[in-house]
Design a protein around this ligand. Structure first.
Ligand code: CP
Length: 304
């Protein structure tokens, strides 16, 4: 069966198919209310989530399917010592498709080996978050009109932020994308990601304000407290960047401000009513793109 562990598991054409289907669903959701009748999705969340889990569950319900799962692994037999792969083997026998989030980087690749139904990585530690990337791409494609030729600034915790790892790899496949990595020295983009986009133009800086005027997209991220061993280091770094109205003075009129959410302090609420601030709309797109992804992985054709 087809799975989604990282964005590169899909060709650019396949990603385009999912995004186009997501746009069609968004325009005409009532056409899709029965396409997953009789199908069952498991959401197995070993780590907290609001958007990813609830948008997956809303997506499946809106397609006519049903959902089972857990959001607290302590209430599953994991707490009795069951291995991740045994859990996947078991749940594969109950459902048609699985979405899993896990705090350990690499857990998705381990889990999928034991799955006999389509498997979706809903975020594995600081590694990858491919459905957030589909969400981000749908947002950019819909609001900018295309995915090529953008200068994309990624700001904040680029070391532990799985959303930026996946997004950079995915955006590097579109022509004339330029990246500006904005992070303190302690939270720079990992070498493995830079290696993966070799040949693509990127610059690194720790100065958000001087980077802003060149950007078509500013992707803000939260400093990922849950990934720090040293909580004092987190406390020292957590407010490195706080985007506010004033810092947007020299930004392009049509720059998009994205954030995978949740936010803590990194975007001041005074930015929320700026027309460039689209992060809540972005979270809405996440449900439609997950509807499209579920259909693709289940091999369900567009009824159009
Ligand atoms: N963006 C995102 O993954 O949000 P949640 O952690 O709330 O799912």
């Amino acid at each position: 069966s087809r799975n989604l562990i990282q964005p590169e598991d899909f060709t650019v054409e396949e990603i385009d198919e999912v995004l186009s289907l997501g746009q069609r669903i968004m325009k005409n959701p009532e056409k899709y209310i029965h396409v997953c009748d009789g199908k069952l999705l498991a959401t197995l969340f070993y780590e907290p989530s609001t958007r990813t889990r609830l948008s997956f569950e809303s997506a499946m319900n809106r397609l006519g399917g049903r959902v089972v799962g857990f959001s607290d692994p302590k209430a599953s037999s994991t707490s009795k010592g069951e291995t991740l792969q045994d859990t996947m083997r078991t749940v594969s026998n109950y459902v048609d498709i699985i979405a899993m989030r896990h705090p350990v980087a690499g857990a998705a690749a381990e889990a999928v080996e034991a799955c006999s139904v389509p498997f979706i990585n809903a975020g594995d530690g600081g590694n990858q978050h491919p459905t957030q990337t589909l969400t981000d791409l749908l947002t950019i494609k819909t609001l900018k009109g295309n995915l090529s030729g953008h200068t994309v600034g990624l700001c904040g915790d680029l070391k532990y932020g799985r959303t930026v790892h996946s997004l950079v790899k995915a955006m590097s496949r579109y022509p004339d994308t330029k990246f500006v990595f904005i992070a303190p020295d302690e939270l720079k983009m990992p070498d493995s990601v830079k290696e993966a986009i070799k040949g693509h133009e990127f610059v690194e800086t720790n100065d958000l304000e001087s980077a802003i005027p060149d950007l078509d997209i500013l992707y803000m991220t939260r400093v990922q407290r849950e990934r720090f061993d040293d909580i004092e280091e987190y406390e020292r770094l957590k407010d490195t960047y706080i985007l506010n109205k004033e810092k947007l003075t020299d930004a392009k009129e049509d720059m998009l401000i994205l954030h995978p959410l949740p936010r803590v302090n990194e975007i001041s609420t005074d930015v929320d009513d700026d027309k460039r601030a689209v992060y809540f709309e972005q979270a809405k797109f996440g449900m439609y793109v997950r509807m499209a992804l579920i259909m693709k992985l289940l091999g369900i054709k567009d009824p159009e």
